[in-house]
Design a protein around this ligand. Sequence first.
Ligand SMILES: [Zn+2]
Length: 403
Amino acid sequence: MVFAIKAGLLIDGNGGEPIENATILIEGKTITAVGRAERVEIPGGAEIVDASDKTVMPGLIDSHVHIMTNSASLEQRLFTPKAVSYFQAADNLKRTLRAGFTTIRDGGEADAGLRQSLEMGLISGPRLVVSGCIGQTGGLLEKRYPSGSQIVNEDSWRICDGVEDVRKTVRKVLREGVDFVKIFATGGVVAPQGSPFISEWTPSELAVIVEEASRCGAGVMAHAESNVGIKNALCAGVTSIEHGYVLDQEAIDLFLGKGVFLVPTLHISKVLSERRDTAGLSEVSKRKKERLVQEQEGCFRRACQAGVKVALGTDAFIADMHGTNAVELSLMMEEGGLSAMEAIVAGTRNAAECCLLGDQVGTLEAGKLADILLVDGDPLADIKVLQDPKRITVYKEGSVVIR
Ligand SMILES: [Zn+2]
């Protein structure tokens, strides 16, 4: 089936000037032509979708979510049976799609089976990119407490040390059909031990992770919150740095030299700061968060000004964050000084490339999959129109999925 969308304003995701009165031709799942209305001939018999009073843009992409997770509280997670997590994920996926997000990359818990369920049409949601986590002894992934107690989950919290053990564990993760290996190059706020200011893995362990992942065509997403760990991960050649809160000039220069994406996850940072006492964080975590907030001041803005490539990622892992992913666009503008167009590029083309899907989605160009939003309003004039699902019609692969 061929159809044409007549766009009042077209934002193609590449960051150039928007086009007034444009036409997009779609055949089956794929865009076949895009351009000024007078330059795109609509074949006879094609259905016409009139969006001449709307903005038409690529489906948004969140390159860091936890679609299976609904709370920062470890206790709440431990009391949630796996089956419940999957049904919650199905609901979160639906809300995320309704918010105009047609692709997401999960930072750890979602597996290839959830991705397959979406592809089979058993559930509806964005295209899902999945990752498998590995961590080191004493690192963020290990749930060991000062009492000496430890929570072990060998399916999703795999701990390994030393080059050969790490190599074997990466291979086990990849065997499960994930698209990315998720690692932790520094500690974090939520873990009982470690710190965002302590680096994890040795450079040779990091190198073997990247070597094994790339051999299988998989990417590496590296949680890294401060300088040393960020630099180690960048030198090892990871695909993206998640969080990257505390950055010095040397780290920024490395980002630029390597062309690696920074996924700033400003939304979770804001939520955890604002809901200090209700988000389910332990006292230890709250103290870590406080120091981080002080030290990260101004870092994201300096990175943006220097021209570091930014990809939208919210780190949504609290129930009400799923489906409010577009808040990240406003935060990138407020905290990084990005223009509305730059924020949109971060949430479309850049995020697609960051998910290793740049050849398939992220821009409105001939040959790409027809993941398209019709937006009631102009996001370049007011980015917040994208936070209102009622204003958005969502096409995924050429079909209307949310009207
Ligand atoms: Zn995360």
